[in-house]
Design a protein around this ligand. Structure first.
Ligand code: ADP
Ligand code: GLC
Length: 493
């Protein structure tokens, strides 16, 4: 008898292309489509942050509202959200929850019992959603600390601890760790009164963390299964004596932890069809890439006919991405004989330092502050070398996008960067340039190797073509997720 398709609800706070801060948005927007194609009955729920409903309409999707509400009880109040359903052309139903709680910025700068409130409410709403959809998930698939409260609620909430499906069985939960550096840690304060969790989970084997609440830790300990976004990062987070300090907890849960490499939406990130590029191209016909390069150079004020190497970066401006080794290197930027173009937003101090450096080295460096999707596409397409010297990197999608667009990555040997980039000087050749030691010299060494190799046209074409032909689709990884759902459902959630 054919196995019943697992019913999986993706519960996440970002969804590309409507609400995206980084790679989490990309994964939420692409993995469900790949799962649907391999026989998973999948749906997505996400908050309707400001502007999201309009973006969905602008993208040409139909929104069905039908006066449906989902109601949850929280700290003696009832909180309502309007449920909007998006009819997605790819067939994955998406639910957008509209509520006064999702009227502000997506993520708070300061984490405390008040600022995590919208995220707890969102998780409870996801649990209640089946009342209006008449579609009951077997698995709630949550992502990072903002939705780690959901498995905690299934385990320790006064009410949801008893949550069962209509057939009397309990739903399972999967928590994907996209970034263990963010855990949702704050002093308990009124947390237990407000969240509905039983105070008995405030201990080492529960949500307590050095006297504080740690939502991610609670999620790791209560989820049926945990995944993270590359096999290498799965190993690192169990072994590192890192500031993240959850390595012991993760090591103890290693039988439940799976490292599954992220893929890309290869239809969206495709230089052969990308509508955001001035000209399209492929590995077999690169003329369009030259046109993109010229367009990019025009936007920067550099000479559009510059023929030397163009180093690009599209990044959140945060410590994780290696800016403390990049910034000192900029002092010697003129010695490299390359031009640099950075696009990014994030910490003010990094933004200011890049702005200052761009003024000081105006012939070699251009910085675009902010988040800009079309410009990001042009940087990937126009660039020759993609710089990503991360301190840590759970997976990284940018290096994969860069390779697909023919920009050869220079990366640090860490996390998912190791799982996707092989040094060109390794036995058998590779698709990029890597270095291990986290310092400016290490990065410079690899960057110089890349710049020198660029002048050897034949060698460069080979490296670039290898990257452009890699399979970065979700195909293999979606099957691994499907098998994981099937396994945990067989085990009984
Ligand atoms: P992270 O999720 O840690 O930021 P990833 O490499 O997994 O890193 O994903 C980053 C995603 O966000 C990529 O799709 C990248 O193109 C996009 N991105 C990052 N910063 C910007 C920006 N300033 N403008 C446009 N896109 C950006
Ligand atoms: C996080 C990580 C990044 C990963 C992305 C998607 O933002 O920093 O490495 O690619 O999530 O999983």
């Amino acid at each position: 008898m054919a196995e019943r398709a697992p019913k999986v609800l993706f519960v996440g706070t970002e969804l590309s292309p409507f609400s995206k801060v980084g790679g989490l948005g990309d994964v939420m927007g692409s993995l469900p489509k790949a799962l649907l194609q391999c026989g998973v009955d999948v749906r997505v729920v996400t908050p309707a942050w400001p502007g999201v409903l309009q973006k969905v309409r602008d993208a040409g999707y139909k929104i069905v509202t039908g006066l449906q509400h989902v109601t949850v009880a929280c700290a003696w109040r009832t909180v309502e959200a309007i449920v909007h359903r998006v009819d997605d052309a790819d067939g994955v139903p998406i639910y957008l929850l509209e509520s006064e709680y999702y009227n502000g910025a997506m993520y708070p700068w300061e984490i405390n019992a008040a600022t995590v409130h919208p995220f707890m409410i969102f998780c409870l709403q996801a649990l209640e959603l089946s009342r209006v959809t008449e579609w009951e998930p077997d698995v709630f698939h949550c992502h990072d600390w903002p939705t780690a409260f959901l498995p905690c609620a299934l385990a320790w909430h006064h009410h949801y601890h008893h949550f069962v499906k209509q057939d009397g069985t309990r739903p399972a939960s999967v928590l994907t760790l996209h970034n263990v550096a963010h855990q949702g840690i704050f002093p308990p304060g009124p947390f237990f009164e407000e969240s509905g969790l039983d105070r008995s989970c405030f201990n080492m084997g529960g949500i307590e963390f050095y006297g504080m609440i740690n939502l991610l830790k609670g999620g790791i300990l209560s989820a049926t299964a945990i995944t993270t976004v590359s096999p290498r990062y799965a190993w690192e987070i169990q072994t590192w004596e890192s500031t993240e300090a959850l390595s012991g907890v993760l090591y103890n849960r290693r039988d439940r932890l799976n490292g599954i490499l992220n893929g890309l939406d290869v239809d969206y990130w495709n230089p052969a069809t990308d509508p955001l590029l001035p000209e399209c191209y492929s590995a077999d016909s690169l003329d369009g890439k030259t046109a993109c390069r010229r367009e990019l150079l025009k936007n920067t004020g550099f000479d559009p006919e510059w023929k030397g190497p163009l180093v690009v970066s599209v990044s959140r401006l945060v410590e994780q991405k290696g800016f403390d080794i990049v910034l000192p290197a900029l002092k010697q930027i003129e010695t490299l004989g390359a031009k640099f173009i950075f696009l990014g937003s994030g910490h003010r101090w990094i933004e200011d330092a890049l702005r200052d450096a761009a003024v000081l080295h105006r012939d070699s460096l251009c910085f675009f502050p902010g988040y800009n999707e079309p410009l990001a596409h042009l940087l990937y397409a126009g660039g020759d070398i993609y710089l990503m010297p991360s301190l840590f990197e759970p997976c990284g999608l940018s290096q994969m996008i860069a390779m697909r667009y023919g920009a050869v990555p220079v990366v640090r040997e860490v996390g998912g960067l190791i799982d996707t980039v092989v040094d060109v000087d390794a036995e058998g050749g590779g698709n990029g340039f890597t270095f291990l030691t986290y310092d400016t010299q290490g990065m410079f060494w690899s960057l110089r190797r890349a710049i020198e190799r660029f002048s050897n046209i034949r060698a460069w074409d080979k490296i670039r073509a290898k990257g452009m032909r890699e399979d970065f689709s979700w195909e293999k990884s979606a099957l691994l997720y499907r098998d994981l759902y099937r396994r945990i459902l067989k085990e009984g959630g």
